[in-house]
Design a protein around this ligand. Sequence first.
Ligand code: C2O
Ligand code: CU
Length: 481
Amino acid sequence: MTWTSVSRGGGVAAALMMLGCGSDADAGPPPSQPPGWDDEVRLTTPQDLNPDPHVLELNIEARVTDLEILPGLTTPAWTYNGALPGPLIRAKKGARLVVHFKNSLPEPTTIHWHGLRIPAAMDGVPDHSQAAVEPGATFDYDFVLPDAGTYWYHPHFASAGQVGDGLYGALIVEDTVEPEELGDETVLVFSDIGVNDDGSLYPRDTGGELGTLFGREGNVHLVNGKVRPTLHVRAGLRQRWRLINAAKSRFEQLELPGNTFIRIGGEGGFIEAPEAQSRLVLAPGQRADVLVEPTLPQEHAAERRLPLRWIAYDRGFGTDYNRPDEELLELRFATGSDGRSAALPSLSRDIAPPLLEGATPVDISLTLGTTVEGGVAMGINGVPAWEAGHLLARLGEHQLWTVRNTFDWDHPFHLHGFFFQVVDVDGVAPAVREWRDTVNVPVGGTLRFAVEFDERPGMWMFHCHVLDHADIGMMGTVHVQ
Ligand code: C2O
Ligand code: CU
């Protein structure tokens, strides 16, 4: 096969047509991924201390660890178990996760399990779920993983600083049965970190107030803690990528020239039906589960390499001005025979439309203000988090939230503990139904989503996932009771 004859290269419609019409049944065993295909991006896996297959029991220690992020420089990164990103937690839906957490950092911290529908006491928010874990202290997290999906974990104390300095990890919850035809899987965590010429970390207040307003981005762009690592692929042989944007402020807009991403899942597991996209945008905190059947475009055929490209995303106020594309990951195509991917099973998932009738309307605005000292503050309805009261929800209540962005910047809105369904963004309904926990609200835009606070009483946070914004007040709480 030459690349021109492969319909995958032919755009979105053609790519979707490929679903369900892969290889011939009698073509023999499919060739496998090149040896060591994911060695450079493989995340560390923690040791399971519990012999019970239904319990994953781990030790996680947050500590400062010297890492070589840029060649020849030593950077004292903030890590979980000494790794950047932290260990990959992978378990089946319904399994129990026990994490013996130890804080060996010089400041308090917690672990928040982003996107998981777990009890409020396990949600890792200081003062609402638990007291912050002081330096030298420990805390045990213990909960059941209720839903399959692509999640992540990070601190909820001085979040912009701690996440920015390296504290994040991937958490994959597999369904009881995952279709094998989806291909060999790799987890790719995107982030950035600020590293000075001497290897030290950027000060957390880099850029002053303007830095906070923009949302700080590190100068070193990372995939699984590495600068431009390599992933080995075989042309035509499907790979499943679980993508996580763990950056504190940066939007990841990704493109694989000549290829299409088939998005099969988002934050809360599979989406209603696969969606072909030539560009993928992940706001901070968002995730995607995509299939890639690598195709080598003519102009890259000779060197057999293809970069996964980052393209600056306009999140308002000149954030994409004069920012060249970057190459985040290099796909190196194996020589020899091309791969043939197994036919895909039907990937449709029944997701009932949200119940809007009788849903309680909740209106909030994301607002800019000032502190009493005259500094910049961000808030909800004109009030920064530290002055705000709680929104209320009864157990079992359906609510329809309208979130208005009064800014010249985008704000990715995140709700803890509950999935929601987007009704529309600026009046446009999403193409497919899916369960989400983080959605971007564009400049001047309005997001409407439906949520059912069906269980798990407690105090739940919502906030902007540009963590600099959250830290200066763009957070709120809903008290479910
Ligand atoms: Cu990903 Cu409140 O956080
Ligand atoms: Cu924001």
